[in-house]
Design a protein around this ligand. Structure first.
Ligand SMILES: C[S@@+](CC[C@H](N)C(=O)[O-])C[C@H]1O[C@@H](n2cnc3c(N)ncnc32)[C@H](O)[C@@H]1O
Length: 216
């Protein structure tokens, strides 16, 4: 015979533990989900970027922030770009497929000393009032080669092929950060890191960081 009273006592005993576990899990998941937005609201440059109308919604903020996060975590903080890399003036970021406005490009320009080139055939011809940022209305295939000591390609849901984008990057060291959507990565470069970024508020949240096989 099943003793229902005993089973209920047992369930009452484990119920608080399950609830606490679920609460912790939800707390951690929530923190992961909001990390880029939380960081964005603390940035000195966020009012400027919002004033410029570069971000129409939180999703776009999370995508651009995720690209910067990947560069900072896997190239800057790990010392791959040397000390005080964000202050270097010999690094250029090429942003293919940045959209109607250079949102990822402007974020990088505001958060570093780097030169930034944002390219998109739909780019609006406007003054983006951002130092070291060039916005080009064209396909990446048509631009001049971007040359610097280090060139980082930051492709956020870009519809330009990575294989075409890397042809426009010339440097002693070239890296690619890609978060693809409709156009899959077509690079055979060594992968530094590939991961799902839960802080990106889009189902297309796979981030990959590549380095050129020719890096010195
Ligand atoms: C899905 S949208 C992403 C826009 C922006 N990165 C974002 O996340 O909001 C893809 C963009 O790629 C651009 N694109 C398509 N072909 C391109 C090419 N050959 N070179 C540069 N940009 C291109 C499109 O014009 C479009 O703005």
């Amino acid at each position: 015979m099943i003793n229902h009273n005993k089973m209920m006592d047992h369930n009452i005993g484990i119920q608080p533990a399950i609830e606490e576990f679920a609460q912790k899990l939800m707390y951690q998941a929530r923190n992961g989900l909001k990390k880029h937005v939380d960081e964005f609201v603390k940035l000195k440059c966020s009012p400027v970027l919002l004033e410029l109308g570069l971000f129409p919604n939180a999703k776009e903020i999370t995508e651009s922030m995720a690209a910067f996060h990947a560069v900072r975590k896997f190239l800057v903080n790990r010392g791959i770009l040397g000390e005080k890399a964000l202050k270097r003036d010999d690094i250029t970021v090429l942003v293919p497929g940045d959209g109607h406005v250079p949102r990822t490009g402007a974020l990088f320009a505001h958060r570093s000393n780097w030169r930034v080139v944002s390219v998109d055939p739909c780019m609006r011809d406007r003054d983006y009032k951002t130092k070291r940022l060039t916005a080009i209305r064209d396909k990446v295939e048509n631009i001049e080669v971007v040359e610097d000591e280090v060139v980082i390609i930051a492709a956020v849901h870009s519809h330009a092929k990575l294989s075409e984008s890397v042809k426009k990057a010339k440097g002693k060291h070239v890296f690619v950060v890609s978060m693809s959507c409709c156009v899959p990565d077509d690079l055979k470069w060594p992968l530094i890191r590939g991961y799902v970024d839960a802080g990106v508020w889009s189902p297309e949240n796979n981030v990959r960081v590549y380095e050129s096989p020719d890096n010195g």
